[in-house]
Write a protein that binds this ligand. Sequence first.
Ligand SMILES: [Zn+2]
Length: 232
Amino acid sequence: MFKCDKCNAELEPNAKFCTTCGEKVSLKIIENMESEKPVSKVKVWIFKSIAFFIALIVFTIARLIFTAINGGTADGKLAMGGILLFYGVYALLSGIFLKDKEARKRGGWVLLIYVVASIAFSYFLNNSSFGIDEQIRNTINSTPIKIDKDTELSKVSMNGNNVTFKYKLLNIAKDDISYADLQTFKQTIKTELCKDKEFLKMMKHDKIISTYYYGKYNGLISNITISNRECR
Ligand SMILES: [Zn+2]
């Protein structure tokens, strides 16, 4: 409801002049009147649909990103956050399109809660061992069998805190490699594992990583066990 600046009488919708005193309605009031104009049902429907689809796209992209970060799977915990994100974007955009202050506010709050909760949740995930076994299994399941053209992953197992990887070196036999070369090989593997983000994440949670390397005739060439301490 808008009132005349001069006589305080109630103005009619879209009035240019006050019907009581004849005063010209100020530009500011006209602008406010226009922004409060009721929007047609079709327009509401179209805008809400657009907001819905944009929210769906944002939700899908966020899910793809989370899936990539979490090694191949997006589980239920992430879906919960996705619903907040979806609703927040939908409410915020509907609010903007339909000039609905309440919806805008609601969307803003939901998105803020989503961001804060996501940060808190990922901080929690990174610093507690909650769900770490599941994350390791996801990592393992998304690891390719062919590590490179000469190396194949043949077996992975997890037993308590011990995670074991067995590799087969397709072009090297056990007897091909000298003692000195073996020491260099071990050192190289250790250095590489200590640089690998996925392995570091496991070790951070006190997992002990063992890797076994078998030659082309299945003879054990070398095995290395490392834990968090050795990578510092
Ligand atoms: Zn007036």
